[in-house]
Design a protein around this ligand. Structure first.
Ligand SMILES: NC(=O)c1ccc[n+]([C@@H]2O[C@H](COP(=O)([O-])OP(=O)(O)OC[C@H]3O[C@@H](n4cnc5c(N)ncnc54)[C@H](O)[C@@H]3O)[C@@H](O)[C@H]2O)c1
Length: 411
């Protein structure tokens, strides 16, 4: 006679070592599940972190493994900006798993969800460099919009297989940017109510994804969370972005390219403080809500470059740098070079982070000075990482000046 499983429960014969799944059947028999089912459900909760081999994602993975009990399953396509070497110190952690896959690959995302049955998906995976989005918007549309759509749909399908309690507990946390709000004048801050006005293909693709996330909550009741953060800096950032680009270029004694007049303002946040904010929103945020995250550290690009030059002078004086002796340059500051501006370059971003501070008690732990010093020191002592991620690529080439219609495009 056939019997059906009506309930499963985990029995830990020797806690943490020997886990068995017991199945209660409709004829009341309690039977140990066949070996093929022993992996499910996993003994601890899992969270899926897409883009976990990138800058912010790898910092989040490290923090989550250190401070939370979950298994962390990284899903990453390993594009030019994603590197396993950024996760080298956690690869052997028994609570870490890695899946090399594209978030826009429907089958792969559904398989990942079925295999790991996560309690949460944290979506960091994205094309992220504004200059690249000007030269080649295609990948931005595909990953940032289609990829987010596929993840939302995979999450919706996953929720349909969960108990009501697990479905209610599930979270889809989408990591977004302040760039969706467009540009500010001399004054004012972006709040959660600021209308979207993206100006670059990157910002537009992120804005589109934010709208999908909102709609999947409103229409399908997927328990989503949205965070919009200002510029991050810290360890493991690919050297195409301002701060590592300036550090590594300066050390080589090459010109430091400053876009336009250098007066564009960004609001900087140390990456660990962003990651702590994300984990707080994951645990305490209200489903369907969005939270701005920012450090309140407004600096012009020129101020950033000047401060980096000063820190480098004290940490690795130009006078002792072999790259300088041959070209007659005596200080890092002498390398500053103004270059043509980025088309459509937003003038100023600044975040009002009052909501996450007030409702969730988030506070940044690092001052801008502390964070910047830590960052410079990290790049100085992690040259192997810098060489590995730049190998075979012109990582610091000037991009994003092409604004003429693409070849073959209609006028
Ligand atoms: N860096 C910032 O200052 C900042 C600020 C606010 C928000 N954000 C957002 O945070 C997220 C992470 O940014 P980051 O700076 O770490 O970016 P990053 O470029 O360093 O990392 C992106 C990661 O996503 C992976 N990826 C790209 N396309 C993928 C795809 N189709 N499928 C799976 N993986 C893919 C890459 O391999 C890489 O590991 C992004 O969504 C970005 O928009 C970044």
């Amino acid at each position: 006679m056939m019997s059906f499983v009506v309930q499963t429960s985990i029995s830990e014969r020797s806690p943490g070592r020997d886990v068995t799944i017991l199945e209660r059947h409709d004829d009341e028999r309690l039977i140990e599940a066949p070996f093929s089912r022993l992996r499910y459900p996993p003994p601890v909760d899992s969270i899926v972190v897409t883009g976990g081999a990138g800058f912010i994602g790898s910092n989040l993975v490290r923090l989550a493994l250190a401070e939370a009990p979950d298994r962390v399953v990284v899903v990453d396509k390993l594009t030019y900006s994603g590197h396993r070497t950024s996760l080298a110190d956690v690869e052997r952690n028994p609570r870490f798993a890695f899946i090399e896959a594209d978030i826009a690959d429907r089958d792969a995302m559904r398989a990942a969800m079925a295999a790991h049955r996560p309690r949460a998906v944290l979506n960091f995976a994205a094309e992220t460099h504004v200059d690249r989005s000007i030269d080649g918007p295609d990948a931005f549309v595909r990953t940032n919009i289609n990829g987010t759509y596929e993840l939302l749909e995979a999450s919706r399908a996953h929720l349909a297989t969960r108990t009501a309690g697990d479905a209610e507990r599930f979270r889809f946390l989408h990591v977004s940017t302040d760039e969706v709000y467009g540009t500010l004048g001399e004054t004012g801050l972006f709040s959660e109510e600021t209308p979207y006005a993206p100006n670059s293909p990157y910002a537009a693709s992120k804005a589109a994804a934010d709208h999908l996330v909102r709609a999947w909550h409103e229409t399908f009741r997927v328990p989503t969370l949205l965070t919009n953060c200002s510029n991050n800096y810290g360890p493991y950032q690919f050297p195409e972005k301002l701060i590592p680009l300036m550090i590594l270029t300066a050390l080589e004694g090459k010109p430091l390219p400053i876009y336009g007049d250098g007066g564009n303002v960004r609001d900087w946040l140390y990456v660990e403080d962003h990651c702590r904010g994300i984990l707080l929103v994951l645990e305490k945020g209200t489903p369907g809500a969005k939270y701005n995250i920012g450090g309140g550290n407004e600096r012009t690009n020129l101020q950033i470059v000047d401060r980096l030059c000063e820190i480098l002078e004290s940490e690795r004086p130009a006078s002792g740098n072999a790259a300088f002796s041959s070209n007659g340059i005596r200080s890092y500051a002498q390398l500053k070079t103004f270059v043509p501006d980025r088309p459509g370059h937003d003038r100023r971003y600044a975040i009002d982070a009052n909501k996450i501070r007030r409702e969730l008690g988030w506070r940044p732990s690092y001052s801008f000075e502390e964070g910047l010093l830590r960052t410079v020191k990290w790049y100085l002592s992690n040259q192997d990482w810098c060489n590995a991620v730049q190998a075979g690529k012109d990582a610091r080439a000037r991009l994003g000046l092409a604004t003429t219609p693409a070849r073959g495009a209609r006028a």
